[in-house]
Design a protein around this ligand. Structure first.
Ligand code: ATP
Length: 443
């Protein structure tokens, strides 16, 4: 087993990525990472090293290594020198035999939660309180690697559809989604708010020639709801497109985006999905479009008494989700909500109490809402007044409409809610690196 140092090619200066190791059989290599787990066997030990992209199993043999196993501690950051030796019995086809170690940093104490098992077996509170530690677990991390791939797929798809990525201010003078949910902050000598959504800004752009835009950015809601689907800061994937014929154009676009994301993830998220033990179902298209009135009937038939105009709410959405689930349908739109329940910028469905609005629901939960916007200046001002808003407070917004605005519509998808439903996670907080809710402001 022991190879004479002077008979092998030495690559001491080269830091290798784990996946490149197979090409270096017979060589001495260096690689760095954190010691994830030390598994002692009778005459040797396995040392699992967490490297940038994957877990690498190293073999420690006292007769071979030039250091004592006791020098290694779990979670220490190290640089190993090791020999890559062919080993047919190993899954990778080689073993990494440790020669030397350079210890870059050592843990001060044993971590407060056990992280080097298949999953971190602890309460959601611990999971979040100890995020810097619990994320060292592959399963915890995989969720965020998938999240990154979702955003990548959003971008890739919309760039191909001639959308422009934008960034709108998060410190704003007026809210868009309802006053009660605004976080007020002191902006020098006057009040300001944290943006609830990029709604007003993305709409303003519709008249500028930037007529298809999207943004992936934070949205803030001062909601005192301690539910498993609400947080006070989430990432909203917003899009807005002009020259639409109707809200159907917007729904068709979302459907294409979601389909692209789900299909793409099956491939490029395969490794993380395997780690999580999850499979993604890609629903057949087109996604069904239900109306609010149809859903209200479904909910009432199931015994939850709701009146015309009531929000379907968590329970109602769940009932609709169950009915659709029985038909094997995961994703569906709920369209034409009562205009009264929708913000001022949504277009009313002429002569009816409904509106050109929709939600996209994913297995019984709203993950996106959108619709056609009111683009006619005079009608928009009337709608604002009807909602008890003072048009003067929205002058910066109305200006864009006063000088001509094309018909347009858009959507907002909460990416964490989407991820939760896709991966069937129990709580939205598990899909957020550092969640914020009424009782959580750290870490
Ligand atoms: P809900 O009624 O479920 O609270 P909403 O109607 O207030 O949602 P919208 O204002 O339409 O939500 O926001 C669009 C999307 O943003 C939602 O479909 C959801 O995915 C996400 N979202 C909204 N509020 C929150 C929140 N507090 N936490 C996490 N995601 C949210």
């Amino acid at each position: 087993m022991k190879t004479e140092m002077n008979t092998v090619k030495v690559r001491k200066t080269e830091e290798l990525e784990a996946e490149q190791l197979g090409a270096h059989i017979g060589e001495i290599v260096r690689l760095h990472g954190s010691i994830y787990k030390i598994r002692k066997m009778s005459s040797f030990a396995f040392v699992l090293l967490r490297t940038k992209r994957q877990m690498v199993q190293c073999v420690y043999e006292p007769a071979y290594a030039r250091f004592a196993l006791e020098e290694l501690k779990e979670e220490a950051c190290v640089r190993f020198t090791a020999e890559v030796i062919r080993e047919e019995r190993s899954r990778s086809g080689y073993d990494l035999h440790l020669l030397d170690v350079e210890i870059l940093s050592e843990p001060e104490e044993v971590p407060p939660v056990v992280i080097n098992q298949k999953r971190v077996n602890t309460s959601i509170e611990n999971l979040l309180d100890y995020r810097p530690i619990t994320l060292r677990n592959e399963k915890e991390r995989a969720v965020f690697q998938i999240q990154a791939r979702i955003c990548q797929a959003f971008r890739e798809f919309l760039d191909g559809q001639h959308f422009t990525e934008i960034h709108t201010p998060k410190l704003v003078a007026a809210g868009a989604e309802g006053g009660a949910e605004l976080f007020k902050v002191q902006y020098f000598d006057r009040p300001a708010y944290l943006a609830q959504s990029p709604q007003l800004y993305k709409q303003i752009l519709m008249s500028t020639g930037l007529d298809r835009v999207y943004e992936i950015g934070p949205a803030f809601r001062a909601e005192q709801s301690n539910t498993n689907r609400h947080v006070t800061e989430f990432i909203s994937f917003d899009g807005e497109m002009s020259w639409i014929q109707s809200q159907n154009d917007v729904m068709a676009m979302i459907e294409e985006i979601v389909d692209h994301v789900l299909r793409g993830l099956k491939e490029r998220g395969a490794k993380q999905l395997e780690v999580l033990g999850k499979e993604i179902n890609v629903p057949a298209r087109p996604y069904p479009i239900l109306t609010y009135s149809e859903c209200l009937k479904m909910v009432n038939d199931a015994g939850l008494k709701l009146n015309e105009g009531d929000d379907l709410g968590t329970e109602g959405e769940k009932i609709v989700g169950d009915v659709m689930g029985q038909k094997g349908i995961d994703l569906y739109f709920i369209a034409e909500y009562p205009e009264e329940a929708k913000p001022f910028y949504i277009m009313e469905k002429d002569g009816t109490p409904y509106s050109y609005s929709f939600d996209l629901d994913y297995r019984g939960q709203e993950v996106s809402s959108g619709g056609q916007r009111e683009h006619r200046y005079d009608v928009l001002v009337k709608r604002m007044e009807k909602k008890g808003l003072d048009p003067e407070d929205f002058e910066f917004y109305l200006e864009a409409f006063r000088y001509g605005m094309p018909p347009h519509g858009g959507w907002g998808i909460g990416i964490e809610r989407f991820l939760v439903k896709m991966l069937d996670l129990p709580n939205i907080r598990e899909a957020i690196l550092f969640p914020r809710d009424p009782s959580r402001l750290e870490p």
